[in-house]
Design a protein around this ligand. Structure first.
Ligand code: ADP
Ligand code: MG
Length: 618
């Protein structure tokens, strides 16, 4: 039989390698940025269009390449960074595989201009799908500019697999932030669709963090410094009161390289101990320097995972250092463990320099219930008697009638059908004031067949969620115009997100005067919220959008509705009067899908009289 094994042609091998190196536009941005850093650039500019789907360009003022090197750089395993296997263990550079440029050139249209300092003229190279289509001499500044167009043009499956513009932009922003945080000694700028998102000057670490995450970050940072034989730790953690409900800004850098490490994250989190309420995550920017020989970064192709020689010692040192840092700043005594941070006053409000302009008008009488016009159904229910007692749960209970079964779906169909007879039956029940609030958390209501226990917070989330969805899809949302527009500051990447969601936000009743570099001026808000809540809602929304990114069922309207429902819903711990309790009960069961909260949690349970009877007879 004849031989059947053949070597793959280079362009095929490169395409295969590309699958590993380039998952999405953000991977290209990362590789190009890292190459510029390795080329000793002091200023690096990242330009993207349409989330990198049409263009990703990196321009640096680094050392550039000779014409021969420029040509060679696109060959697979072409690298100037290692020459023998041992070098791998002593890596000081970002690159080493010599695969990035070859991979990128296999799946995109690439144009490179590069010039070395001591040369008069530089080189222009154009490559499409691994084939050089043009090579010329050009005049170009010292350094390298690489533009990558039409990524995945020859792999339609990959191209179609790309997520929405906002998701892909978010991924690029993440990479940009990581690289920029790792190198405060390099100036970075970033443009998306011609808008400047960042312009980061060469600075110290604290300034770099602040210019990436906004001015108000400064007050949150607690410095961390420790030097031992096996590791030097530098950086900042955020004071525990600024911990987030979602994993937000958590950055580890090892020898200036961003890494992910669940193990080290555990060390940091455990150093915060009881300083954090359950479910909160600390924010940190931590820079570890270890001897290059004591780590192995080769275990993952995209190089964000790492293996340390002295893992256990590192854990202990890190934990002790953070504890010490927090202790020095004496942050513990000011904590209020029960505080719900979403209820904090908004700290993003600006514009207070002009004394005439009222910025926030807090409406102390704000009541999430009263703004909604009562439905014809709820109107029919007379106000409950204020003498409501828990004992009333046990009076007037009749044996279950055939119309009222204990199963929740039955209750729903009964209520949604709203036949006269049923309403009057139900009315009879609730009119005698048969709701009761348990531990400021649950509402217990009498139904003919037994009782229903409603989780007030989750139920209200469901109610608001459906209201917002109706507002943004069916009805023209009601908007109230603010007398004095509200000026809120955000970091540029968050501004970009708000810009993305502008249309959806408007359909829920928001109105914007301007959305600029760092400021959003709000001129109209949904009638269901008060001015003082705007900032909290927008911040929560941004957080939620960022966190929903990996979710495939990503729909901005839906996230917006969920997020607003979460921010606006009455919290556990809130005392509700009888009227409010009844509104929750009635509105919940008028929902299309009352069984679960928008996040899929159970909103109520029922217990039949038979079930209760059984408990007594057993
Ligand atoms: P690696 O970074 O792993 O070496 P790459 O494919 O990313 O592999 O790059 C190949 C080579 O091209 C690098 O080793 C470097 O010599 C050269 N190179 C790439 N980008 C630049 C740049 N921006 N400036 C100067 N040289 C570069
Ligand atoms: Mg590289």
């Amino acid at each position: 039989m004849s031989d059947i094994i053949q070597l793959l042609p280079d362009h095929v091998a490169n395409q295969i390698a590309a699958g590993e190196v380039v998952q999405r536009p953000a991977s290209v941005a990362k590789e190009l940025l890292e190459n510029s850093i390795d080329a000793d650039a002091t200023h690096i500019k990242l330009i993207i269009k349409e989330a990198g789907k049409t263009l990703i360009q990196v321009i640096d003022n680094g050392k550039g390449m000779s014409a021969t090197d420029a040509r060679l750089s696109f060959e697979r395993h072409a690298t100037s960074k290692i020459s023998k296997a041992e070098d791998l263990f002593l890596l000081e550079t970002k690159g080493f595989r010599g695969e990035a440029l070859a991979s990128i050139a296999a799946i995109a249209h690439v144009e490179m201009k590069t010039k070395q300092e001591d040369q008069e003229i530089g080189t222009l190279l154009k490559i499409e799908g691994s084939k050089v289509t043009e090579q010329e001499v050009v005049t170009t500044p010292t350094g390298t500019s690489i533009s990558v167009k039409n990524l995945f043009y020859n792999i339609p499956a990959r191209r179609n697999f790309l997520k929405s513009t906002s998701i892909e932009t978010r991924h690029i922003l993440d990479e940009f932030q990581r690289v920029a945080l790792a190198h405060p000694n390099i100036g970075f700028s970033m443009y998306h669709n011609e808008n400047e998102l960042y312009n980061l000057k060469i600075s110290n670490l604290r300034q770099r963090i602040v210019s990436l995450f906004g001015k108000r970050t400064n007050e949150k940072l607690v410095p961390i410094n420790e030097e031992t034989d096996i590791v030097t730790i530098q950086g900042f953690v955020a004071k525990p009161e600024f911990a987030k409900k979602k994993r937000g800004e958590q950055f580890f850098f090892v020898n200036s390289r961003f890494i992910k490490s669940a193990y080290l994250n555990h060390a940091v989190t455990s150093a915060f101990d009881e300083l954090l309420s359950p479910g909160y995550f600390p924010t940190y920017f931590l820079y570890l320097t270890v001897p290059p020989g004591s780590i192995d970064i080769n275990i993952h192709p995209t190089k964000t995972e790492i293996k340390f020689d002295n893992e256990k010692a590192l854990y202990a040192i890190l934990r002790a250092t953070i504890k010490h840092g927090l202790g020095q700043f004496n942050v513990a005594p000011v904590l209020d463990f029960n505080k719900d941070s979403s209820m904090d006053p908004p700290y993003t409000l600006t514009g207070s320099s002009t004394p005439k302009t009222p910025i926030i008008t807090v409406d102390p009488s704000f009541n999430p219930f009263k703004s909604d016009p009562p439905t014809s159904y709820t109107k029919r229910i007379p106000p409950a008697k204020p003498t409501q007692k828990w004992e009333s749960l046990y009076v007037d209970l009749e044996p279950s009638s055939t119309e009222f079964e204990s199963s929740s779906t039955e209750i729903l169909s009964i209520i949604s059908e709203k036949t006269e007879e049923q309403i009057s039956l139900l009315q009879e029940d609730t009119s005698s004031g048969k709701t009761y609030q348990l531990h400021n958390k649950y509402i217990i209501s009498n139904i003919k067949s037994g009782l229903v226990v409603i989780h007030q917070h989750l139920a209200h989330q469901r109610i608001l969620y459906e209201e917002y969805l109706i507002n943004s899809t069916i009805k023209e949302a009601m908007s109230q115009q603010l007398l004095f527009p509200l000026s809120l500051s955000f970091i540029p990447s968050d501004i970009a997100l708000i810009q993305e969601m502008k249309g959806d936000l408007e359909s829920t009743g928001f109105g914007f005067e301007t959305i600029s570099d760092e400021t959003v001026v709000v001129k109209g808000i949904p009638t269901t919220i008060s001015e003082s809540q705007v900032s909290i809602i927008l911040e929560q929304l941004i957080e939620d959008v960022k966190n929903e990114i990996p979710d495939t069922s990503f729909s901005q309207v839906d996230i917006l509705a969920k997020s607003m429902a979460k921010s606006m819903s009455i919290k556990t711990g809130t005392t509700l009067n009888i009227k409010e309790q009844e509104e929750i009960v009635n509105k919940l069961f008028s929902c299309k899908d009352p069984n679960t909260s928008p996040y899929g949690k159970t909103t109520f349970i029922t217990m039949g009289i038979d079930e209760i009877d059984k408990k007594f007879n057993s």
